[in-house]
Structures are given as structure tokens and as C-alpha cells.
Design a binder for this molecule. Structure first.
Ligand code: PMP
Length: 285
């Protein structure tokens, strides 16, 4: 594997950054997770828009233009001869001093890794997963807007640990007001009476690229989608529930906090959207 760091490619064992990088010292940086399907990079423009928006909002000047970044990502995929896989694109504040001041960091570090990802074992796509609500909440937007895909994932990591402690693979996270925001690394959707709803981004959800794709797909199938303030009650009483994310794609959720959702198995709308998503992504069944 060849890893891109600041314009050069390094063997995996040689790919290193400074221990004074503020990405490591303070989680000061932003990132993206992107999929490669059949040699094509899925929705790269949208990922780059989100990356540059995240960077802008934390006053991080990415030291390359979007077209140059697009090329760097494609080059990394090509040099690794990747036809399927996952890209991790990271921009940190760069190496500086032992102090918060980003002004001490000379230049942001750009890292691109093209590798594999498998988030959930295949059987969960057929039978669905059980999730619990975590006590760790999403960050309020007046602290750090959860739309920023930053290197600060600690409360999501805490929620993921809580999921594991409850014997589940994922957790639902609420915002500071108690409304549902998303899962630890995936957006969440529910289906009720043939209509779809998902938490609005101002409820603490990341503007997921898969989330947008699913909203578009539903629209093209004539299915109504509402972006709303949802509570756990809405989840518990849904006919179907599913999660979406770049790595996970569409995963049926069949149990939440011990309550079976709908029939307790993946529902027809979830299956239909998962099938349409696979087509959109150009994936073979
Ligand atoms: N929420 C969070 C917190 C995430 O980290 C992610 C990305 N894994 C998502 C939702 C899903 O977003 P996307 O569809 O763009 O991968």
C-alpha cells in the first residue's frame, strides 16, 4: 500500500507524520471517508465540498485547490490499483509547538489512504442489527457544529463503547435537547406509513453523503422524505428503521433499546432503498 502525504507517496511502513502534529495533539483537523466502486470514486465532489466546508469553519486553510485535491485522491486510488475500497482523506493543522495555538503550525498535513473497510459482518445486512441509545450526546452546535467532520470523535467513541457494553454494534446518539441526531458514524432513518423521516442536520446530524443519496433516491421513487425533529418514541413506533453511511451503506435496524421495530426484521422499504443504492453506486449484487 502506498500512502499519500503532502504530495509524496510512501510505503505503508514508511508513512509517518510528526508527533507534534496538532491533528494528534489536539484532534485539530478534518477528514472524509469515501468509497471506490468499480474503479469509480463515489460522489468525490460532494465529499470535497464537505471537507473544504469543515476546514473553512475551523479556519483551516487546505493548502491545495479542490481540483488538485481531486487529482491527488484519484492518483492515490490509481497507484494502489484499487477497484473497490475505501479512501480516508485527512487534513490536519500540521506540525507545531506543544500549545493549542494553530498559528504555530507552519502548514496543514494532507494524508490520503486507500484501503479496505468492512464495518458490519454480512449477515447483519440480511437480518438487521440491534442498537441502543447512548448516554453520550452529540456536540451542541454552539460548542462545535456536528456538521463539521472533525478529528474530534471522542463522544462518538464513548457511545460506540456503550453500544458494545450493551452487546450491540451501534448506538443512537441524541442531541443536548434529547432529540435523535444519528448513530456514532452513520445517519439514521425511519419509515412510518410509507413515508420516510430522518433527523434534520440542525438536530446534530452530519450531512451524510449516503444520507443525501438516499433522500434523492426516495424522491425519484416518489416516496415522501421529511427532515425533522425526531424523538426516541418516533424510532420505537416506526415500521422500519435503517442507518446510512459511506462504509456501512444501508443497514437495517430491527431493535432499539429492546423494542422490536415493526416486524422485527428488515422491512420492504429498507430493502428497496438498499437495492436502489447498490445500483446507484454501480455495485454488483
Ligand atoms: N455521521 C457521522 C458522525 C459520521 O462520521 C458519518 C461518516 N461515517 C456519517 C454520519 C455518515 O456520513 P456519510 O454518508 O457521508 O459517510
Amino acid at each position: 500500500m502506498k500512502v499519500y502525504i503532502d504530495g509524496e507517496f510512501y510505503d505503508r511502513s514508511e508513512a509517518r507524520i510528526s508527533v507534534f502534529d496538532h491533528g494528534l495533539l489536539y484532534g485539530d483537523g478534518v477528514f472524509e471517508g469515501i468509497r471506490i466502486y468499480g474503479g469509480k470514486i463515489f460522489r468525490l465532489r460532494e465529499h470535497l465540498d464537505r471537507l473544504y466546508d469543515s476546514a473553512k469553519s475551523i479556519l483551516l486553510d487546505i493548502p491545495m485547490s479542490k481540483p488538485d485535491m481531486e487529482k491527488a485522491v484519484s492518483d492515490t486510488v490509481q497507484i494502489n490499483e484499487r477497484n473497490e475500497g475505501y479512501i480516508r482523506l485527512i487534513v490536519t493543522r500540521g506540525a507545531g509547538e506543544l500549545g493549542l495555538d494553530p498559528g504555530q503550525c507552519a502548514r496543514p498535513t494532507v494524508i490520503i489512504i486507500a484501503g479496505d473497510i468492512q464495518l458490519y459482518p454480512p449477515e447483519y445486512y440480511d437480518k438487521g442489527i440491534a442498537v441502543v441509545t447512548a448516554s453520550s450526546r452529540r456536540m451542541p452546535s454552539d460548542s462545535l457544529d456536528p456538521r463539521i467532520k472533525s478529528l474530534n470523535y471522542l463522544n462518538n467513541v464513548m457511545a460506540k463503547i456503550e453500544a458494545g457494553q450493551a452487546g450491540c454494534l451501534e448506538a443512537v446518539m441524541l442531541n443536548h435537547e434529547g432529540y435523535v441526531s444519528e448513530c456514532t458514524a452513520d445517519n439514521i432513518f425511519l419509515v412510518r406509513s410509507g413515508k420516510i423521516a430522518t433527523p434534520a442536520v440542525n438536530c446534530g446530524a452530519l450531512g451524510g453523503i449516503t444520507r443525501s443519496a438516499v433522500i434523492e433516491l426516495a424522491g425519484s421513487l416518489g416516496i415522501e422524505v421529511r427532515e425533522a425533529q425526531l424523538t426516541r418514541y418516533d424510532l420505537y413506533t416506526a415500521d422500519e428503521c435503517f442507518m446510512t453511511g459511506t462504509g456501512a451503506e444501508i443497514v437495517p435496524v430491527v431493535k432499539i433499546d429492546g423494542r422490536g421495530i415493526g416486524e422485527g426484521q428488515p422491512g420492504p422499504m429498507t430493502k428497496r432503498l438498499a437495492e436502489e443504492f447498490r445500483k446507484l453506486a454501480g455495485r454488483q449484487q
